[in-house]
Design a protein around this ligand. Structure first.
Ligand SMILES: *Cc1c(COP(=O)(O)O)cnc(C)c1O
Length: 356
């Protein structure tokens, strides 16, 4: 705190990211990163971009990357916006599309950055409770609102809505923007990008941090009607004309074009998830049905915070949210099969030790 701060800064409640430990040798299953390195073609493109041309500003419109994304999703370039991580894309959407007099709606349990952006931009919001099975129920969103944002699959539950359920929300709110945050969609849910042509109120947000293994490059994008994209461009060009540097542009474009790396890696993580869920259930955990690269699980006899602490003492990081309804759960990122085996082994030891 300081007398030099603006009044608004005193009021901010910032997002708290998962721990990025400086220690080597930890098994890191706490921030939903990919356990495998990115596409070799992306790395090669970044190496080639690391040249004299770095003295020049990048393309402010990111044309090459937006074209690659447009080809990948079979949409027009005018329907694609890119940003410095999907967090930045989301921030621009909050400011440019989700701020209205009527409240923004989102689930009570979801990505904890959403209320942070509401605080930053002064956006009125209401949360809508997930049902007792931690599911989003589209009919619960039938109420007056200015806009809606839903993560699909939701985080940190991992539970996905069907496209039919998303269409229900879109049809119920033809005059409100609806943002679907698909950070985890590539691990087993259906993408709403296929609905963009039919719903001018739909904006779909993706990240290259999870399924493309490029969390360190900071690239995210949105796909939607050109009028929604134009709102994001107006905000961006009032904030930072060059959010993506030359290395990010080159690496992200090559990554988007590497279909075989993408399909192999996501399939591998989905297989590891099924094995991990079996192992957790054998240890007595209750695991929510996940379509993401993480699972949310609780043990009926154990407290989430203490399990997380014991795992950390055993060099395994998982995420615990000290928030209502999910404080007894652990969110565990899907690692390699070897990492998942080590996690299960150490959890088994911890559970047996507590029993004695
Ligand atoms: C990880 C995540 C993001 C942010 O991803 P970046 O592109 O790394 O900023 C956005 N939304 C959800 C739900 C996420 O889990």
């Amino acid at each position: 705190m300081s007398r030099f701060w603006s009044a608004a800064t005193h009021e901010l409640v910032p997002y708290v990211p998962g721990e990025q430990p400086k220690l080597a040798g930890l098994i890191k299953l706490n921030t939903n990163e990919c356990p495998y390195g990115p596409s070799p073609r992306a790395l090669q493109a970044i190496r080639e971009a690391a040249s004299d041309t770095l003295r020049l500003y990048p393309d402010p419109e990111s044309t090459a990357l937006r074209d690659a994304i447009a080809r990948h999703h079979r949409v027009e370039r005018s329907q694609v916006f890119v940003g410095n991580g999907s967090d930045e894309v989301l921030a621009h959407a909050f400011q440019g599309l989700l701020k209205h007099d009527a409240p923004l709606l989102f689930p009570d349990i979801t990505y904890s950055f959403y209320p942070v952006y509401c605080g930053l931009y002064g956006i009125a919001f209401e949360t809508v409770a997930l049902d007792d099975d931690f599911r989003v129920r589209p009919e619960d969103y039938r109420r007056p609102c200015g806009a809606i944002i839903i993560a699909n699959p939701n985080a940190p539950t991992g539970i996905a809505l069907s496209l039919g359920e998303i269409e229900t929300i879109l049809r119920d709110h033809p005059d409100q923007p609806v943002v679907i945050d698909e950070a985890y969609v590539d691990f087993g849910a259906d993408s709403a990008v296929s609905l963009v042509g039919r719903y001018p109120n739909l904006l779909v947000v993706h990240t290259l941090s999870k399924s493309r293994a490029l969390a360190g490059l900071r690239v995210g994008y949105a796909v939607g009607d050109a009028a929604l994209i134009e709102a994001l461009v107006r905000v961006k060009d009032s904030f930072n004309s060059y959010p993506l540097d030359r290395l990010a542009e080159a690496g992200a474009s090559a990554s988007i074009e590497d279909d075989s790396w993408f399909h192999e890696t996501t399939a591998r993580i989905i297989r590891s998830r099924e094995t991990l869920v079996d192992g957790l259930e054998r240890l007595g955990f209750l695991v929510l049905p996940s379509a993401a690269n993480f699972v949310l699980a609780r043990h009926p006899d154990r407290d989430g915070a203490s399990l997380q602490r014991r795992l950390r003492e055993n060099n395994v990081l998982v995420r615990h949210f000290n928030t209502p309804r999910i404080a007894d759960h652990l969110r565990i990122t899907i690692g390699t099969d070897a990492e998942c085996d080590t996690l299960l082994e150490r959890l088994g030891t911890i559970l047996r030790a507590n029993r004695d």
